[in-house]
Ligand binder design. Structure first.
Ligand code: ADE
Ligand code: ZN
Length: 350
């Protein structure tokens, strides 16, 4: 950590949060579909939506829990049919990410949401991969893809999905587990995750968003994940918090999502400060930014605004954690840490 972080005045924090380089590690690309793009793609593809207008769709974004969100999120994804649709969706995200000084992004995608509607796996992966390549070439963002299995579906369906995706193995770096958490514990996917690890894929899983700390433990012990997505309910088990800290197991925390989905009543009640103070490798991410009211910088800004105990040292730690937790070579992490140091040095009083 650079010296004199405590000399950075609080009023400089928003600018610092915006301009510091950062990695985004928990972003569902289908959750970046803005209502305007949903309507544009619906028109382009002749899909009829159950909403009369962009405004009517946006008005439906009043969620009471994860499932109430997922129902609308899967309906929104129904406009994605062609390779160009997947490209356009991801490119729109990358343009926003570049504006937020994201230097590296690991994007989740939900192929089963599309293959179940008859969209070929190739269409999904090739469209997204094309956008990742262009983001690197034109925006300087390093980007990769993580294929998520839908946990409300069977392990057999996950195996079939993996089989369909293997011809495109070079285009994704890992697998994850998302969708409805309650009633679908990680151990349901033990065998398919074992196969993915054998294939050399990175493995992550959503756990402890709505589900209990025991789901975080089984994600670690049974699925042998390298990161926990969300994980905020770990605080209910002090022994688990200690373990996560000892193992430096990253948690990809999504504050705006947690408030929108009523995991926390208010941002002021979010446990991010407690997670950081316990020494956990927590990161800040946007989850489904088109649905939850903001991209990654908005997550940083609103979290720091609502939680005055968060300071410049926490900002530094969160950005440094995002690089530490990335699935990239050490040399890339070191280069981004240098960029981070320069961003903070620029804010030191002279
Ligand atoms: N799919 C998209 N966003 C999700 C979330 N926050 N939790 C579980 N599955 C998701
Ligand atoms: Zn998520």
């Amino acid at each position: 950590m650079p010296p004199n972080l405590d000399q950075i005045p609080r009023e400089r924090l928003p600018a610092l949060l915006r301009t510091m380089p950062k990695a985004e590690l928990h972003l569902h690309i289908e959750g970046s579909l803005e209502p305007e793009l949903i309507f544009r793609l619906a028109q382009r593809n002749g899909v009829t939506l159950p909403y009369a207008s962009v405004e009517a769709l946006r008005a439906a974004y009043a969620f009471t829990d994860l499932q109430s969100f997922l129902d609308i999120y899967y309906a929104g994804a129904s406009v994605l049919l062609k390779e160009a649709d997947f490209f356009d969706m991801a490119w729109a995200y990358f343009e926003r990410a570049a504006a937020d000084h994201v230097v590296h992004a690991e994007l989740f995608f939900d192929p089963q949401t599309h293959t179940e509607r008859g969209v070929p796996m190739e269409t999904v992966i090739v469209g997204l991969e094309h956008a990742c390549r262009r983001a690197h070439a034109e925006l300087g963002i390093s980007a990769s893809l993580i294929l998520c299995f839908l946990r409300h579906l069977s392990e057999e369906a996950a195996f079939a999905t993996l089989e369909q995706a293997l011809p495109y193995r070079r285009h994704f770096i890992g697998v994850g587990l998302d969708s409805s958490e309650r009633g679908h514990p990680p151990e349901k996917f033990a065998r398919v995750f074992a196969k993915c690890r054998d294939l050399g894929l990175h493995v992550v899983a959503h756990a402890g968003e709505e589900g209990p700390p025991a789901y975080i433990e089984s994600a670690l012990d049974v699925l042998k994940v390298e990161r926990i997505d969300h994980g905020v309910r770990c605080v209910e088990s002090p022994a688990l918090v200690q373990r996560l800290a000892r193992e430096r197991m990253p948690l990809t925390v999504c504050p705006l999502s947690n408030v929108k989905l009523c995991v926390f009543e208010t941002m002021a009640g979010h446990n991010l400060p407690a997670l950081l103070d316990a020494g956990l490798c927590a990161t800040v991410n946007s989850d489904d930014p088109a649905y939850f009211g903001g991209y990654i910088n908005e997550n940083f800004i609103q979290t720091f605004e609502a939680l005055p105990q968060l300071n410049a040292a926490h900002a530094w730690q969160l950005a440094a954690n995002s690089f530490e937790a990335s699935f990239v070579p050490e040399a890339d992490k070191a280069a981004w840490r240098h960029e981070l140091e320069r961003a903070f040095e620029a804010e030191q009083p002279r």
